[in-house]
Design a protein around this ligand. Structure first.
Ligand SMILES: [Cu+2]
Length: 152
């Protein structure tokens, strides 16, 4: 019994240490594929910041310009606009998804085909103003695939 108790304590310590290192986690990053001549597309993901923070910028070698965008209905029209940042409440998963927030890749260097893997760098600023840089590998999904529905 005593040995088991010790092992549990060690496991807890390990989890705590990992969480402190990876302040923000990015799950299931993906990019909507493009057709030839298409110059922009969106990246989506599920972002969770342990202590809370703000996604302030993004960059990718695949795109000349990368912005954080918000999609919203303006009357009957779906509009998209850049925002200065996206708040990540502590411990709460924020989903970037079609029709909502997304990382907009513009001035694309080439078309992105299903199966490609695109590196994207996300910068998250914590409440203490410290910046955390996250290197993400986003998978390109076919243009016509259902809007971000996870595969079950
Ligand atoms: Cu956009």
């Amino acid at each position: 019994m005593k040995i088991i108790a010790h092992m549990t304590a060690a496991a807890c310590l390990f989890v705590a240490a990992t969480a402190a290192f990876a302040q923000t986690t990015v799950k299931d990053p993906w990019i909507r594929g493009t057709v030839d001549q298409q110059k922009a597309t969106g990246m989506f993901a599920q972002i969770t910041s342990v202590k809370g923070g703000r996604l302030v910028s993004a960059a990718s070698p695949a795109a000349g310009v990368v912005e954080i965008h918000q999609m919203a209905m303006d009357g009957d029209v779906m509009t998209m606009r850049p925002v200065a940042g996206l708040d990540l409440p502590a411990g709460k998963m924020v989903e970037l998804k079609p029709g909502g927030y997304h990382v907009m890749l513009m001035d694309l260097k080439r078309s992105l085909k299903a199966g490609d893997v695109v590196p994207v760098t996300l910068v998250v600023e914590g409440a203490d103003k410290k910046r955390e840089t996250l290197e993400v590998k986003a998978q390109v999904r076919a243009l016509g695939s259902p809007a971000g529905e996870p595969k079950h």
